[in-house]
Design a binder for this molecule. Structure first.
Ligand code: GTP
Length: 674
């Protein structure tokens, strides 16, 4: 399913160009006779075929405040089989942002907003059901970070149900840009709420990889970009036999938990271009052991930058693994034989995950037989783990130090914008180190908050701010989030029969906001209920997310015990439907159960005269043009020869619809055919 890439600033545009070049190289775009589902899907996701000739347009929008980088990129395009659409190149007049986040966010972003959004709208018209956006930017400059965060926020408010992936590049820690720490904190804080999953790259780490693995004496930015592109391609290129479900599967595995969204990609093998023809024969087992080794916390050693064959010395063999929220391993190339099961047991190691991560949410493995970039074997591990927090924490602490020494960054016109920084610090830092900040609250303020909570409950933030005037809104949100999380952890562990005396004691939690007796599903529904304006049609992702969490984190009865109804699959299906993804097939019993439930709800609402709810339910069933819930048809899709679907005749199509589970929501046949 198509993704639109938004590339911001110098870094974003250069990385974006490397990414599209890599994709086109992988599928030999425009010059190969290969007709496979893999190529078809890759083209559908990232390119649009120009009707005449053998040229493709990248589904990318380029945004910069200066012309130079984009002009240089355009020059690199001659002779390629793909190019950028010249209507998708947006740059502003009047110079760049001078590495100033505030100038980008407060001035250039608003200036560019309408042009970018209009361009996005036009691009969506050309997509057959847009899946989401991949944003590429560096956190350190002013355009990527400032303009990028502003535009992405605006985009999110226009397309809240689409997928938002932000691929961000962290600056060298030695620091080329004086404002880089501020800019990074501000960017991550602004993007946090509007991003489903971050893919984080660190220039320091990529530099080391180029040095030690690619044997580059003098590393240039292009080397780093090639590595980024290779890693992104390794998780974004088609990965399974169930097309159209890739991005969704990866994201729901890696970033289902709203408080942990930072993902990094480890990959191997990487070797110098000139060694390509002597690709070493490495077994899948060796590669997967290497990937697992990259998760070791071994005295600052980054195993990804070491050769695959380097082993842990006995000194390191006892070291712990960093804690992972979720891991996705993708292997591409040679058949795996029986290594698949071995991989699962390697990566399901309980010492790698916090106790509360459920068994089936820890690890997923996908294998793609087609060779990636013609390599016999390529492995990548997309991992959501705690190691990236060291880098971000360092940046955040530096930003805070500079801030407390009153080195404010101005908006470029001499106007200070310290409020942004304080708020952002309050957003990023707690994500990194909640307990520290919270334990510093004076006792009197904790008591005031407790009183406020008793009186107003946890959702009336305005009243809570009044109750604790000494703390900012973000501080209060942060404290509530922390209590909520500790409560949930305590509840989950105790519900599994383990006492969590320590956890509860440590946090010294006031009873009033601890609904420990409530099941997670009730907590989620309570949160949902309180966050939806009465009568609003659910445009937010919260309900969808709730369904996903229920599917992933609740324990479900076995289908055999429920007349075949698979509740886990049912919740996942509803999540997929709400987000506009094609759902996985439900078995006949489950789809019958879902249909019956909808009917029951309808009856229930009718009996109680719930007019608003009825109209919402009706809307979901009656998809009509005039309700404007249908996307605009983007024109005929160009398909590769072999993938053109046979023209189903009327009778066959009707028969198809009768198959149990094929159309569980009874969407009208005319609409399905379209
Ligand atoms: P202004 O130049 O202030 O308008 O903003 P910008 O967003 O265009 O700046 P830029 O993208 O150059 O951001 C600077 C940061 O990005 C520094 O940390 C650089 O190391 C990093 N950077 C710049 N270009 C590249 C690149 O091509 N690849 C990588 N990996 N990093 C880059």
């Amino acid at each position: 399913m198509p993704m639109i890439t938004l590339q911001f600033g110098q870094c974003g545009n250069q990385v974006g160009h490397s990414f599209f070049s890599l994709l086109s190289r992988d599928i030999k775009l425009g010059y190969s006779n290969e007709v496979s589902l893999y190529c078809q899907e890759s083209v559908d996701n990232w390119f649009q075929k120009i009707s005449d000739g053998n040229k493709y347009l990248a589904r990318a929008i380029l945004v910069d405040t200066e012309q130079k980088v984009i002009n240089d990129i355009k020059k690199k395009q001659s002779g390629l089989h793909w190019e950028y659409n010249s209507n998708n190149v947006i740059s502003s007049k009047g110079g760049g942002t001078g590495n100033n986040w505030a100038f980008g966010y407060g001035k250039k972003g608003p200036e560019l907003k309408e042009t970018v959004l209009e361009c996005v709208r036009k691009n969506i018209e050309d997509c057959d059901m847009l899946h989401g956006f991949v944003n590429i930017l560096s956190c350190a400059g002013g355009t990527g970070s400032g303009v990028g965060s502003y535009i992405i926020e605006e985009l999110y408010s226009e397309y809240p149900s689409k997928l938002f992936i932000s691929s961000v590049v962290l600056p060298y820690s030695a620091g080329e840009v004086i404002t880089q720490n501020y800019n990074t904190v501000l960017t991550l804080a602004k993007l946090y709420d509007v991003t489903d999953m971050f893919i984080v790259f660190s220039n320091d780490q990529l530099h080391k990889m180029s040095n030690s693995l690619l044997k580059k004496d003098s590393v240039i930015l292009q080397d780093l970009n090639d590595l980024i592109a290779m890693k992104l391609g390794s998780i974004f290129q088609p990965i399974s036999d169930t097309p159209l479900y890739n991005f969704n599967d990866i994201i729901s595995q890696l970033a289902a938990h709203i408080e942990y969204k930072f993902v990094t990609i480890k990959s191997a093998p990487h070797y110098p271009e000139e060694n390509k023809h002597f690709e070493p024969g490495i077994s899948w087992n060796l590669l997967s052991d290497h990937m697992k080794q990259t998760l070791k916390e071994s005295e600052g050693i980054d195993w990804e930058t070491k050769s695959i064959k380097s082993k842990l010395s006995s000194r390191h063999s006892q070291t712990q693994y960093v804690k992972c929220i979720g891991n996705v391993l993708i292997t591409r190339g040679e058949e795996m034989q029986d290594s698949g099961a071995a991989l699962a047991s390697t990566f399901n190691d309980i010492s790698m995950y916090p106790q509360w991560v459920p068994e089936d949410a820890k690890f997923q493995h996908f294998h793609q037989n087609r060779k990636y970039l013609e390599m016999n074997k390529f492995i990548s591990l997309a991992t959501n783990n705690s190691s990236i927090y060291h880098a971000i924490n360092g940046i955040s602490e530096n930003a805070w130090k500079v801030y407390t020494h009153k080195a404010h960054v101005t908006s470029g016109r001499g106007k200070r914008l310290p409020k942004h920084k304080i708020d952002s610090y309050a957003t990023v830092q707690p994500l990194l180190n909640r307990s520290l900040t919270f334990s510093e609250w004076p006792e009197s303020e904790k008591l005031a908050l407790l009183e406020g909570l008793k009186r107003h409950g946890p959702y009336d933030l305005d009243s809570l701010c009044e109750a604790v005037p000494g703390k900012s809104r973000d501080n209060i949100k942060m404290a509530l989030a922390m209590w909520w999380k500790t409560a949930r952890t305590a509840m989950l562990t105790s519900s599994r029969g383990r006492k969590n005396v320590e956890g509860v004691k440590k946090a010294n939690l006031p009873k009033v906001i601890l609904p420990v007796e409530k099941a997670p599903i009730d907590q989620w529904l309570m949160k949902l209920e309180n966050s939806q304006a009465a009568g609003s049609s659910c445009q937010s992702k919260l309900l969808a997310r709730t369904l996903l969490y229920i599917s992933k984190y609740e324990s479900h009865p076995r289908p055999e015990d429920c007349n075949g109804v698979d509740f886990k699959a049912l919740y996942e299906f509803m999540y997929a439907m709400m987000r506009g993804f094609p759902g996985k097939n439900l078995n006949a019993e489950t789809s019958a159960y879902l249909l019956k439930s909808i009917k029951d709800i309808e009856k229930f609402m009718n009996e109680r005269g719930k007019v608003q709810e009825m109209s919402f339910l009706e809307k979901t069933q009656r998809i009509t043009e005039q309700d404007k819930v249908l996307r605009t048809y983007g024109g005929k899709r160009v398909k590769l020869e072999s993938a053109v679907e046979p023209n189903l005749d009327e009778k066959k199509f009707k028969e198809l619809l009768e198959i149990p589970g094929f159309n569980p929501l009874k969407v009208k046949a005319e609409l399905l055919k379209k």
